[in-house]
Design a protein around this ligand. Structure first.
Ligand code: NAD
Ligand code: WQD
Length: 338
């Protein structure tokens, strides 16, 4: 029995391969490499010391997906494949909806055809829009106030998965809402390697620190937060990867679910932009130049998780602190200057 890992060459997927392997799972990776490079597969191989079944392909390509399901005995899917650049999604909404939503529907159709009904889906805290209160729990409203097509694609997929379960309760579905993943594997062999100028805070900070970018633009210091800058729940990518193993174990341990499992994956702690900069400077001993600028459109002031449900149901909680997140991001960036 194998697990199909769509998007497994990417940032979170590659770290999850390591944890799956360590937990004794057998998997096949399916990725069209639109936002990743096969080098990551070689690096994962270096870490785990086992051959990896990799199949290049697109989740929208049903013919290719059928070949994969016919070739391997797949009993569960961890579905990372998707486009994730918020700004690009505003410019190319149809591309995002086609890739993320249509791609997921095609994947689900083929899973159904092959009677594979276990899926772990990568959702995002972005589905909460502007939260009424923090820490946010899974029962908070979703879908209202999402400011971009990327975020809405995640919300739509969540709704599709809920409807699918209603139509057939043999589906075992885990919807994981990630907060802000940062950090890298301690080996520094794999990490986040964004194309072009990073959109997210941590890769921006680390590229300033390594001299690739001149200075960080801090998007606003007039929010109603501890120091006026945005507050987020940063989570180490290896903690996040471990949660996928726990989610799979949970699905496997249940005969049947009474509804899709929905859990927040965060630490429950919020850090401001400036706190992250200061922590990064402390662990790297490198100065990160920054300039305060205007707010970024669509940003919210503060978002962090209540992670209790993940602990209660999955027995999972984040173990790595903000210093380790910064240290591992820095070590990865230093080794990958290009
Ligand atoms: P990533 O871009 O590094 O990885 C996604 C992978 O999916 C890439 O390897 C890409 O080539 C592949 N892919 C994209 N479209 C595909 C398609 N049509 N067919 C096959 N492969 C395809 O991103 P990531 O940070 O590892 O994110 C993984 C998942 O988690 C995504 O669904 C993302 O939306 C979600 N997520 C990420 C974050 C984050 O901040 N990184 C937060 C919340 C949710
Ligand atoms: C964090 C904080 C910015 C860059 C996004 C997506 C979300 C999820 C995670 C995929 C905010 C500030 C940032 C910079 C800055 N991705 N910032 N200067 O916006 O919380 O979430 O990534 O699902 O869907 O929306 O993350 O890292 O972009 O920003 O000041 O150059 O850093 O304003 O307060 P965000 P981020």
């Amino acid at each position: 029995m194998k697990i199909l890992v769509t998007g497994g060459v990417g940032y979170i997927g590659s770290h999850t391969l390591v944890e799956l392997s360590q937990a004794g799972y057998d998997f096949v990776v399916y990725d069209n490499l639109v936002n990743s490079s096969k080098i990551a597969i070689d690096r994962v191989y270096k870490i785990i010391g086992k051959d990896i079944s990799f199949e290049e392909g697109d989740i929208r390509d049903t013919k290719r997906l059928k070949e994969i399901f016919a070739k391997y005995d797949i009993d569960s899917v961890i579905h990372f494949a998707g486009l994730k650049a918020v700004g690009e999604s505003v410019e190319k909404p149809l591309y995002y909806y086609d890739n993320n939503v249509t791609g997921t529907i095609k994947l689900l159709e083929i899973m159904k055809e092959f009677n594979c009904k276990n899926i772990v889906f990568s959702s995002s805290a972005t589905v909460y829009g502007e939260p009424k209160k923090v820490p946010i729990t899974e029962d908070a409203q979703t879908g209202i106030g999402i400011t971009n097509p990327y975020g809405r694609s995640k919300y739509f997929i969540e709704e599709i998965l809920k409807d699918l379960y209603k139509s057939d309760d043999k589906w075992k579905i885990a919807i994981l809402r990630y907060f802000n993943p940062i950090g890298a594997h301690e080996s520094s062999l794999i990490g986040e390697d964004p194309n072009g100028i990073p959109n997210n805070l941590m890769p921006y900070i680390s590229q300033v620190a390594v001299g690739k970018l001149k200075e960080l633009q801090v998007f606003g210091d007039d929010y109603d937060t501890k120091d006026g800058t945005g507050v987020r729940d940063y989570i180490h990518v290896v903690d996040l990867a471990e949660a996928h193993v726990k989610a799979l174990e949970y699905l496997n341990s249940q005969e049947k679910l009474d509804k899709p499992l929905i859990v927040n994956l965060g630490t429950g702690k919020g850090y401001s932009v400036l706190e992250l900069v200061k922590t990064f400077e402390k662990v790297s001993k490198v100065k990160v130049s920054y300039n305060i600028t205007t707010r970024r459109a669509g940003d919210i002031a503060i978002l962090y998780a209540n992670p209790k449900k993940a602990k209660d149901l999955l027995g999972w909680e984040a173990k790595r602190d903000i210093e380790q997140m910064c240290r591992d991001s820095w070590n990865w960036q230093r080794g990958n200057k290009k």
